[in-house]
Ligand binder design. Sequence first.
Ligand code: 13P
Length: 265
Amino acid sequence: MTKSEYEWNMSKSKEKKIVVANWKMNPSGIEEANEIFSAIKKSAKRAKNATVVVCPPFTYLHSAKKLYAKSNIALGAQDVFWQNSGPYTGEISPGMLKDSGAKYVIVGHSERRTLFDTDEIVCKKVGAAIRSGLVTVLCVGESARDGDGKYFQFLKEQILSSLKGLQKRHLEKLIIAYEPIWAIGKDAKNSILPRDLHEIVILIRKILSDHYKAAVASRVKILYGGSVAATNAAELLLQGNVDGFIVGRESLSKEGFDKMLGACL
Ligand code: 13P
């Protein structure tokens, strides 16, 4: 490792980590949601080295906004539409999210891509969300790994197609979440190995710096998602060189999330 790489690593390790709790379509009622909100509030108070972002279903945002009013927790949503208003039954605009207290939004999660969102739709959502001022967590990730490394090219295309039309200045509101589909959810056999994650982080920075400027690309935060828990968080952070996590199942477990946050310090 060269001296400047060492210095860069040291300064990065001191930066605040970002931990996004993606609740997906859980829990099934507001009472349980409020209990988990309160537990996360306590855990986040102790986690001085992390920015905690809670992304519940839309209908719980209002309640969380009240509960988190004087806390260090930020709120986010799990999806957004690209128009501001109009005849779009069932959709929610960036402005509506901001009004509900959201400062962040997840776009292009693989669970949405499987059901509804094409690359073109993801690109429209990313553009609208960023332009509205929401910090946008763009999710990317391959469904499986092949021996020839074709997934590197897949990731490159997925990232660049989502960022079409965005300029350097827009990257300030962008976070990229690498979530390999094979590592997500209870059926995942494994989380990623830290060295394989590090390789992806380097790849994502290279894609961004080839397309924009290196200095801008180096400031974009890169998160990892897929079976993150207290048992693997510390090594994924340190050896994987990510800026934080996007956490599914473990963000609904009061104890699990508390321990996981503790492991990030
Ligand atoms: P799990 O943490 O449950 O594997 O889910 C990851 C994820 O999809 C976060 O967005």
